[in-house]
Write a protein that binds this ligand. Structure first.
Ligand SMILES: Cc1cc2nc3c(=O)[nH]c(=O)nc-3n(C[C@H](O)[C@H](O)[C@H](O)COP(=O)(O)OP(=O)(O)OC[C@H]3O[C@@H](n4cnc5c(N)ncnc54)[C@H](O)[C@@H]3O)c2cc1C
Length: 422
């Protein structure tokens, strides 16, 4: 059974590795000269920056990505974040870092009670799709700092505000955090994950072609037949796109006797897809700015949602004796210059009194966003075309944060392919 994967991002590489290990004959086509998409390293002045991610795996060694990596035999060492989170609270010219439990204990008696009720509700009852996560929280918790915390968390973990995701998704995420635990950092950063998958694919007989842009996906009416790459039509039994539904649909070229048009239902689904944009500020320091391997959330900042110091988990991500810190902003307007300026102003307050150097500010939007589709609004892994599937952050599983959500979507896709091709 011949399978083609379009795009060597994490979604494409995971799917290719799993299908190779299951006995499929897999070829991966990547338009860029390198593999990994938004989940690989870029070396800059000896620091291991990235093409996208903050070098973090949301559920660390106990999440769906880690499970899938072990399943295919990709060896990646993931250092658990400990503690998962601290919160930086400004205090005049200084600040105080508290753990989440301490943050909760500072709420009023009534709000502490309401917080416990919310967690119970999340774990036992779930929530609906037709109202926001922010509304779901604010029904019970009347505390601005708690809502700011929710925004900082959603901004860091999903690059959205708590108003932009549905209560159903927010609650599924809380449940998953309780069941699977917090984040981790792969030794070697994002690239270590991609390299391990590349090894698995090659050792299992799969092929990866870089500098190969797929120009068309050719379907006869609603049945996928082949792709066009480097002026050649190549036929496959199954095609998997790592490009998200919208970019995948743009590549479709229909042939055949009928006049096939996509259903209005699918067109409406495509129109409902909203990507999330963001800004990452890469910071270098001679002295440690954060004293743990988790995330420092900053709910009191204007734009920055949080920071991590990845060299606490893996010192090789920076030159010897230096520290690499990454700050993330879920942008609140399309004026990215202003958003970045507000983020840089935030740093002066958050990192008051310490020496640091801004290495690089990276913006993520349009065809290179934080997520191709806001969490919870994914439209699934199948398409209206037989034998064409979509994987990656445009088609995650419910309640799956970032790359762990990608792994859930890949598992669903592989299951579906195995059912329909055996
Ligand atoms: C600032 C930022 C911080 C983030 N932090 C984290 C984090 O810490 N943890 C986390 O879990 N997630 C994080 N994410 C999200 C995570 O990086 C992405 O969700 C994930 O990398 C997306 O992988 P993907 O496989 O869906 O897509 P991509 O990585 O975009 O891969 C798609 C690939 O397809 C290729 N391609 C496109 N068109 C064609 C074509 N026509 N022919 C051939 N190839 C093509 C592209 O070049 C690309 O390589 C972050 C993202 C950003 C931007």
């Amino acid at each position: 059974m011949r399978v083609c994967v379009i795009g060597a991002g994490l979604g494409g590489m995971l799917t290719a590795a799993k299908l190779c290990k299951t006995g499929y004959d897999v070829e991966v086509f990547e338009q860029l000269p390198f593999i990994g998409g938004r989940f690989t390293n870029i070396e800059y002045k000896g620091y291991q920056l990235t093409t996208g991610a903050l070098h973090m795996i949301p559920h660390g060694e106990n999440g769906p990505l880690s499970t899938l990596l072990s399943d295919v035999g990709a060896n990646v060492d993931i250092i658990p974040s400990n503690p998962a989170t601290t919160i930086r609270i400004p205090d005049g010219d200084s600040f105080e870092d508290v753990q989440f439990g301490e943050f909760v204990s500072r709420l009023s008696f009534w709000n502490r009670l309401m917080y416990r009720l919310l967690i119970l509700e999340a774990r036992l009852l779930g929530a609906g799709n037709n109202y926001s996560f922010k509304y779901w929280i604010s029904r019970r918790l009347h505390d601005e700092t708690a809502l700011n915390f929710a925004d900082a968390f959603c901004g860091w973990a999903l690059s959205v505000t708590s108003e932009q995701i549905t209560a159903k998704e927010g609650v599924a995420i809380i449940k998953n955090i309780y069941n699977r635990g917090g984040s981790g950092i792969p030794v070697g950063g994002c690239k270590a994950v991609i390299n391990a998958l590349s090894e698995v694919i090659k050792q299992s007989g799969g092929k990866i072609y870089t500098n190969h842009k797929v120009e068309k996906i050719i379907s006869e009416n609603d049945v996928i037949k082949s792709i066009r790459v480097k002026n050649k039509n190549l036929a496959y039994d199954v095609i998997i796109s790592n490009l998200g539904h919208i970019e995948t649909q743009k590549l479709i070229h229909t042939t055949g006797s009928g006049t096939y048009t996509v259903s209005q239902e699918y067109k409406n689904k495509l129109a409902s897809i909203v990507p999330s944009a963001g800004i990452k500020i890469n910071i270098a320091s001679d002295t440690p700015l954060i004293d743990h391997t988790g995330v420092l959330l900053t709910p009191y900042a204007k734009r920055i949602n949080g920071l991590n110091q990845v060299t606490n988990a893996d010192p090789t991500l920076a030159p010897q004796g230096k520290h690499l810190i990454m700050a993330h902003i879920a942008v609140r307007s399309s004026d990215l210059e202003r958003e970045a300026r507000l983020g840089l102003e935030d740093l002066k307050t958050i990192l008051h009194g310490v020496n640091y150097e801004v290495l690089m500010v990276q913006t993520y939007h349009s065809k290179w966003p934080v997520n191709r589709c806001i969490s919870g609004r994914d439209i699934g892994n199948t398409t209206p075309y037989k034998h064409l599937y979509v994987v990656g952050d445009g088609a995650k599983g419910c309640g799956g944060i970032e790359v762990d959500g990608i792994a859930l979507g890949v598992e669903n896709t592989v299951k579906e392919i195995m059912q329909t091709t055996t």
